[in-house]
Design a protein around this ligand. Structure first.
Ligand SMILES: Nc1ncnc2c1ncn2[C@@H]1O[C@H](COP(=O)(O)OP(=O)(O)OP(=O)(O)O)[C@@H](O)[C@H]1O
Length: 440
């Protein structure tokens, strides 16, 4: 009886255990089912995501291709705009009245200058002249250029107008930007800016290098890699000097200009590979140190030489196999003032004569290029400056000239000469620029 009772109790316990196990088993089976369902759902999601990823990859590839095609279209359109604006342009910049320029320390009497149009293309001088009978009459001298910058214009305002041309050099064109004007009219300020310039006062050379560097970085994503090389030379008394040489200008090296296959080289010249935009500040400092600075009655810091900064830009596209070679020349011309006013004698007289000769050679070259008669001889060899720039002036290039002028009344006659020279240049139209060495 006892054993029977014990066995019944065991059976009852086992039955309860069995029921619990069956319940666990059901719960586990449900869990397995749920897990299998989740797995199935996840597999479907993975498949969907993989399909989406493949689609996105395809679309990125297509967009990349479209960006590259649009970059080519942009280059073409950009060039068309530049052509429509004219391959030779003249900008006039009036410097502010400054007490430290022009010898007489406190001179502030300005000429009567007005800027008649709202587009900023005209400038007009009013000046009293004496008639044959001895009476004074006011005469006006109106001039129109592609752009006139008033004394309040900042370096940034000026650069905004030339930045498109700078871009052209990166796209494979030859570009020349000149600063022309009498001593102290602001050529060096425009081109280089003051020594130890701030971000606001930087001139066109450092701004151009910064822009080119930024644009070249952006173009990397589209397959372009660029090599940028800078040279800085001065032409003093028809001699080429290396402004970046380590032994100053008296290193005794003779530099010859050579032309071959549409490229210009100078023998024994220092070439700096510009790997960062910051390098240009050190380069300008070295050039300023080496630069031949003479003193005349007009300006204690007067520069008596033409300074040519050349930036060579070779680009290669690893995806499209395109390549381009552009050259950007930024030229700070020597003071254009006439002999009588600069009080030049001896060596200074020789310098002034060399300057005047090369400036008139530049004017002759631009006029000859603009002559519609294709057989006109272009006298590049008449000066070192025009010979050096032979491949960067003319049909294959874009040219911009700044005519820098002083607002002072005492400089009126020189200002008039500068504006007349610039008007002559402005009247020239040169042929269509073509891009160099673009190969597929
Ligand atoms: N737009 C301007 N804003 C402020 N200062 C200016 C401006 N233009 C010229 N200057 C100042 O006028 C002075 C003479 O200018 P700069 O040296 O550039 O003349 P320049 O034409 O290059 O003379 P040079 O023929 O002797 O080289 C400098 O002190 C310069 O800083």
């Amino acid at each position: 009886m006892q054993e029977n009772t014990s066995l019944r109790s065991t059976i009852s316990t086992q039955s309860a255990n069995c029921l619990a196990l069956e319940s666990d088993n059901r719960a586990l089976k449900e869990k397995v089912q749920r897990t299998e369902n989740t797995l199935e759902q996840r597999e479907t999601t993975i498949l969907m995501l993989e399909r989406k990823l493949a689609e996105s990859r395809k679309s990125v590839k297509e967009l990349d291709q479209r960006i590259r095609e649009e970059e080519t279209i942009r280059r073409r359109l950009h060039n068309t705009i530049q052509e429509l604006k004219g391959n030779i342009r003249v900008f006039c910049r009036v410097r502010p009245v400054s007490s430290s320029v022009n010898g007489s320390k406190n001179e502030t009497a300005t000429a009567s200058i007005t800027y008649p149009d709202i587009e900023g293309r005209q400038i007009e001088f009013a000046h009293a002249i004496e008639t044959a009978t001895g009476s004074q009459v006011a005469k006006t001298y109106p001039f129109t250029f592609d752009r006139v910058f008033q004394p309040t214009s900042t370096q940034e305002d000026v650069f905004e107008e030339i930045s498109q041309l700078v871009q052209s050099a990166l796209d494979g064109y030859n570009v020349c930007i000149f600063a022309y004007g009498q001593t102290g009219s602001g050529k060096t300020h425009t081109m280089e800016g003051p020594l130890n310039a701030s971000a606001e006062s930087m001139g066109m050379i450092p701004r151009s290098v910064h822009q080119i560097y930024e644009n070249a970085e952006a173009l990397k994503a589209r397959g372009w890699t660029y090599k940028m090389e800078g040279q800085y030379v001065e032409i003093y008394n028809e001699t080429v000097n290396d402004l970046l040489g380590n032994d100053g200008l008296n290193g005794g090296k003779k530099h010859d200009i050579r032309h071959a296959d549409g490229k210009t080289t100078i023998t024994d010249i220092t070439t700096v590979v510009l790997t960062s935009p910051e390098k240009v500040a050190a380069l300008l400092k070295k050039a300023a140190h080496n630069r031949s600075v003479g003193s005349t009655l007009m300006n204690e810091r007067s520069s008596r030489s033409h300074c040519v900064f050349t930036l060579r830009l070779s680009g290669k596209n690893s995806i499209t196999d395109e390549s381009s070679e552009g050259v950007l020349n930024l030229i700070d011309l020597a003071g254009s003032e006439r002999l009588s006013q600069s009080g030049a004698k001896g060596d200074r007289l020789k310098e002034t004569q060399a300057i005047n000769k090369s400036l008139s050679a530049l004017s002759d070259v631009i006029s000859a290029i603009a002559n519609p008669n294709a057989n006109t001889h272009v006298p590049y060899r008449n000066s070192k400056l025009t010979y050096l720039l032979q491949n960067s002036l003319g049909g294959n290039s874009k040219t911009l000239m700044f005519v820098n002028i002083s607002p002072l009344r005492s400089n009126f006659n020189e200002t008039l000469c500068s504006l007349r020279f610039a008007t002559k240049v402005n009247a020239c139209t040169i042929g269509t620029a073509t891009r160099r060495a673009v190969s597929k």
